[in-house]
Design a protein around this ligand. Structure first.
Ligand code: GLY
Ligand code: MN
Ligand code: MN
Length: 540
């Protein structure tokens, strides 16, 4: 059974730590609403339901339109054994006719780690009981102005506010939940591990289907003259949408209900768009003819020659497993017999070097800023080696600058604008207020800063702790929009840069658990060049 009580206790402890001294010893009550099923208009059909993360963390309950009421007080028996009351809707005949009804109270009691389960109609009486038993209690709800969090209706709050001394606050609960959710227990890690396993296999499936086509094992693309629908094993991947379909199909086949976010499937120079998925993303043919830098509108139709231009295919995709996310990026070669071009290979190996260097230093106590800065340092060193940033060995080395000076200039952010990674858990960009606190006295203590622009999009800015799960996802991009800021730079050899721009972008993203003395990589799909090229060329 999902160990919800452990999560309730951890949340209450963090909540009390956040409270002013005068409130800390008072009784605390948490009141949360779960998610509701949304309907699409004029279809009479539900949108896919996914429980709100905070509610699920405290209850393990996936029943829509539920509530939870928690009573806690330090220094009393409620400190060890908080009361956790779960309220689920009563099934009605329409539920039973059209869809899967909610479980009975007795069935839900068997499968949930809570003190008691009742129907939602019993919630007002339960609130009243708590008000009588704990008259000085402070009631906590999630932020009421959020568009993303289910609100507890006024009808439930009015009796609390009408009660003498009754108080409701939405100031502390979300921060406490985020802080509790930042550190994962073994069960949570096992769910993330499972999501990563399924997603790892899905990435490999796409690569193997690409490789099989290179070997001539799949030829039945459009126009192959087969007068029936193609079977999945016959899907020749020639479009981003086809790669996305295979990835999602592989995850769904293994039972994953949701993707943790819309997959990002970008071929050729479109890989330089970081979140290329909506409004026309994931929907282009691979490059068959010359593709202009950042050409989102590649209109080249499938040519009779069917010679794919050498290009990369970047897939950033991960499924959820019971409300726990994965987030994995692989960049693979398409065309060129399933091998990277020399330029793409050089950039790929540099991204891998950035990732490996960071993985080697991650451990509890290390501030994430330091790992992020290291990724920029390795990038600058590598781009100097390739001659993109000038070095003493450059043909026109007149205005070369040292690694430190380039870092201080901030110009590496034109190639790598995003953060090294983020916390991951029930949500992909998990627990933002605990990952990047507004006030964090430890930030930058003893950490060399580099340039302020490096930190603009960094989603994790704390010291690492054992039990955190984070992504490590460096990338190098050649985006005209980003490169505009360095087109006049004297630090860059623009003739060399031009040679690399057709690569578009490379990102490699793994999910890792911070352990007592380092990391455990939860991502199973490999990323070394030999394996990626071996699979994508059909040799392995
Ligand atoms: N998939 C979004 C990210 O990597 O952060
Ligand atoms: Mn990520
Ligand atoms: Mn990602």
């Amino acid at each position: 059974m999902y160990q919800a009580t452990k999560h309730v206790l951890s949340t209450c402890e963090h909540l009390c730590a956040l409270l002013p001294e005068s409130e800390k010893t008072k009784p605390q009550v948490l009141l949360l609403a779960g998610g509701v099923v949304e309907f699409r208009n004029d279809t009479d059909r539900e949108q896919a339901f996914r429980q709100e993360s905070n509610f699920r963390y405290l209850t393990g309950c996936d029943v829509p339109s539920s509530y939870v009421l928690v009573g806690y007080q330090p220094g009393t028996s409620l400190e060890r054994t908080p009361s956790v009351e779960l309220f689920i809707p009563e099934p009605n005949i329409a539920d039973m006719m059209w869809s899967v009804p909610p479980p009975s109270v007795a069935a839900a009691q068997e499968t949930h780690d809570v003190t008691r389960v009742d129907h939602s109609a019993a919630l007002p009486a339960a609130i009243d009981n708590l008000l009588k038993a704990l008259p000085t209690a402070l009631f906590h709800v999630l932020p009421r102005s959020s568009l993303f969090l289910p609100a507890v209706s006024e009808a439930f709050l009015a009796p609390i506010l009408a009660h003498e001394g009754g108080a409701v606050t939405d100031f502390y609960l979300l921060s406490a939940l985020h802080r509790a959710r930042l550190i994962k227990d073994d069960h949570e890690v096992s769910l993330i591990r499972k999501a990563c396993d399924i997603s790892s296999r899905a990435h490999e499936v796409v690569m193997r289907v690409l490789g099989a086509a290179v070997k001539g094992g799949i030829v039945a693309g459009p126009g192959a003259g087969i007068d029936r629908p193609l079977l999945p094993s016959e899907w020749l991947i020639e479009r981003e949408a086809e790669a996305e379909a295979l990835f999602v199909a592989s995850c769904r086949r293994e039972g994953a209900v949701h993707q943790a976010y819309l997959p990002i499937v970008a071929s050729s120079t479109r890989a330089s768009t970081l979140h290329y998925c909506c409004n026309g993303g994931n929907d282009k043919e691979f490059a068959w003819g010359p593709v202009g830098p950042h050409d989102h509108e590649n209109k080249n139709s499938l040519s009779s020659g069917r010679n794919l231009k050498p290009q990369v295919l970047l897939i950033d995709a991960g499924c959820e497993w019971t409300c726990h996310a994965s987030d994995i990026t692989r960049t693979m070669p398409v065309g060129n017999g399933g091998k990277f071009t020399p330029e793409a290979k050089a950039i790929y190996e540099l991204v891998l070097e950035m990732q490996t260097a960071c993985l080697e230093i991650l451990k509890p106590g290390l501030h994430w800023d330091a790992a992020h800065l290291l990724s920029h340092r390795v990038l600058v060193r590598g781009l100097q080696r390739l001659g993109i940033f000038k070095s003493p060995n450059s043909p026109n080395s007149g205005s070369w600058a040292s690694e430190e000076a380039i870092l201080a200039s901030g110009q590496s952010a034109a190639f790598y604008p995003h953060g090294l990674g983020h916390s991951l858990g029930m949500d992909v960009h998990d627990v933002p207020s605990a990952s990047k606190p507004a006030a964090n006295p430890t930030i930058n203590k003893g950490v060399e800063l580099g340039h302020a622009s490096f930190y603009e999009h960094l989603r994790l800015r704390v010291k690492l702790e054992a039990g955190m799960v984070v992504t490590v996802e460096p990338g190098i991009y050649f985006s005209p929009h980003l490169l505009a800021s360095v087109r006049e730079s004297a630090l860059i050899d623009h003739a060399v840069l031009k040679r690399y721009e057709a690569v578009g972008g490379v990102r490699i993203e793994d999910v890792v658990l911070i352990t007592a003395d380092g990391v455990e990589n939860l991502t199973k799909v490999k990323s070394d060049v030999e394996w990626i090229e071996g699979v994508c060329s059909g040799a392995l």
